[in-house]
Design a binder for this molecule. Structure first.
Ligand SMILES: [Zn+2]
Length: 240
C-alpha cells in the first residue's frame, strides 16, 4: 500500500467510550505505527494525543507514548511507540488499549471548556487540555471576568445534566455556525459538530462525555492577562 492511499479509520469519533480494539498494522516508520483503524485520539484542537499500549500476538507489550496526525496527510494517524521490535511490522495483528483514565479526564475537560466558551461572550484564541486542568484564551480587551461567577455558572451548567450530541454537517450547513474556536480538520466537505443540548453548538474534532454531569465539580483557578487584548481562563477539577 502506498503511503498516499493510506487512511486510518477514526473509531474514537463514533465510540469515544471504547478502550480496547484489535487492528492490523499498515505501516511502521522509525518509532511510529499506522493502524487500519484506531481509538487513539491524535493531538488536535487543544486536546492531547492518547497514550496506552499495544499487545502483540506473542505477548510483547509496547507502550504508546503519543498519537499525532500526519502533518501532510491528515487522514493518517501515527502512534508513537517506545520500542519497535521486528514483529511489529506491516501486516501484523495487535490488540491496543488506551490509558483510559487519562483520556476520560481529557473528555471531561474538553466538554467543560465548551461550556466555558458558551458562558463568555468573546472569541476564543487558544485552548489547552490536560489531565487535571484546562484553559481557554479569549480576545477580551476589557477585564470583565470574575473567577467566582465563572465557577458558579459552570457548576450550574454541569449539574443541569445536559446531554451532548455529536453530528456531522455538510459544508453548506455549517457556514451559519458560531465561529468561536479553531475549525477541526474537514474531510470530504463534512464538519463534525458538538452540541451541548440547550447550551452550545461548536465545530469540534475532540472526544466528549455523554452528559455534562460526568464532568464533576470544577473551579476557575486563575484569570491571567496574556496581552492587552487576551485573557486566559484556567479551570481545574475539584477532585483529580
Ligand atoms: Zn472542542
Amino acid at each position: 500500500m502506498s503511503v498516499h492511499t493510506m487512511e486510518t479509520l477514526s473509531l474514537f469519533n463514533s465510540e469515544p467510550y471504547r478502550r480496547d480494539f484489535g487492528a492490523r498494522v499498515i505501516a511502521v516508520v522509525d518509532q511510529a505505527v499506522v493502524l487500519e483503524h484506531t481509538l487513539f485520539y491524535p493531538t488536535g484542537g487543544g486536546q492531547p494525543g492518547d497514550t496506552g499500549y499495544f499487545s502483540l500476538v506473542d505477548g510483547t507489550r509496547i507502550a504508546v507514548t503519543g498519537t499525532v496526525r500526519d502533518p501532510l496527510l491528515p487522514s493518517i494517524i501515527w502512534h508513537q511507540v517506545q520500542e519497535c521490535p521486528p514483529q511489529l511490522c506491516t501486516g501484523a495483528l495487535l490488540n491496543a488499549s488506551l490509558d483510559w483514565q487519562r483520556r476520560y479526564q481529557h473528555m471531561k475537560m474538553h466538554t467543560c471548556l465548551h461550556l466555558l466558551g458558551a458562558l463568555i461572550d468573546a472569541p476564543v484564541t487558544g485552548c489547552s487540555i490536560s489531565v487535571d486542568k484546562g484553559r481557554l484564551d479569549f480576545h477580551l480587551p476589557e477585564m470583565t471576568l470574575d473567577k467566582d461567577s465563572i465557577t458558579r455558572d459552570l457548576n450550574t451548567l454541569i449539574e443541569r445534566a445536559c446531554p451532548i450530541n455529536v453530528m456531522t454537517m455538510q459544508a453548506s450547513e455549517y457556514s451559519d455556525l458560531p465561529k468561536k474556536t479553531a475549525r477541526p480538520p474537514v474531510f470530504q466537505d463534512e464538519l463534525r459538530v458538538v452540541e451541548i443540548s440547550g447550551v452550545d453548538i461548536q465545530p469540534c474534532g475532540g472526544t466528549h462525555v455523554h452528559n455534562t454531569r460526568e464532568i464533576g465539580r470544577v473551579y476557575c483557578e486563575k484569570i491571567e492577562k496574556k496581552s492587552r487584548t487576551n485573557r486566559r481562563v484556567i479551570l481545574r477539577f475539584e477532585q483529580a
